[in-house]
Design a protein around this ligand. Sequence first.
Ligand SMILES: C[S@@+](CC[C@H](N)C(=O)[O-])C[C@H]1O[C@@H](n2cnc3c(N)ncnc32)[C@H](O)[C@@H]1O
Length: 157
Amino acid sequence: MDSSFWINKWQAGEIGFHLPQVHPLLEKYSQQIFGQGQKVFVPLCGKTIDMRYLSDQGHSVLGVELCEIAAQSFFEEQFQQSVEAESISDDFDAYVLHDIKIIVGDFFKLPQPLEGFNVIYDRAALIALPSDIRQRYVENLKQLCPTANMILITLRL
Ligand SMILES: C[S@@+](CC[C@H](N)C(=O)[O-])C[C@H]1O[C@@H](n2cnc3c(N)ncnc32)[C@H](O)[C@@H]1O
């Protein structure tokens, strides 16, 4: 799948995957699963409100997302603030506010490892990828966050 598939979806507003509230499973289990003040990595983050929730719980959050519309909308909708992009490499721009950073670019090009992430939070990321790429996604995550625990919210078929 090339990146234009997702960019087109965001441009057309076809984002049926986006939840207008915190994911109920995150709300239900986060106290049990998360310790205090974790560094949480959110791959393929979209503009999920879960990032705001995690930040409000005292965690710092790093999301990665292909489409800049998602990052811009996240900060506008959650904080009523427009955030300027900062170029951090040829491949990535970063949007940062409070304890939340969203890196815009291709997850598969992230430099490895990311330092100090305790938790990976995956909601609709693994399952958004074509099945032949999922193994590579998992291997990448292991390289990026070798010591992190992972919370995976997915579907059972
Ligand atoms: C199904 S959505 C889930 C978004 C978010 N996790 C949520 O729960 O709302 C998948 C997201 O992954 C993004 N995406 C797809 N491939 C990507 C890649 N290679 N790198 C970064 N983001 C990607 C898409 O733009 C889309 O926003």
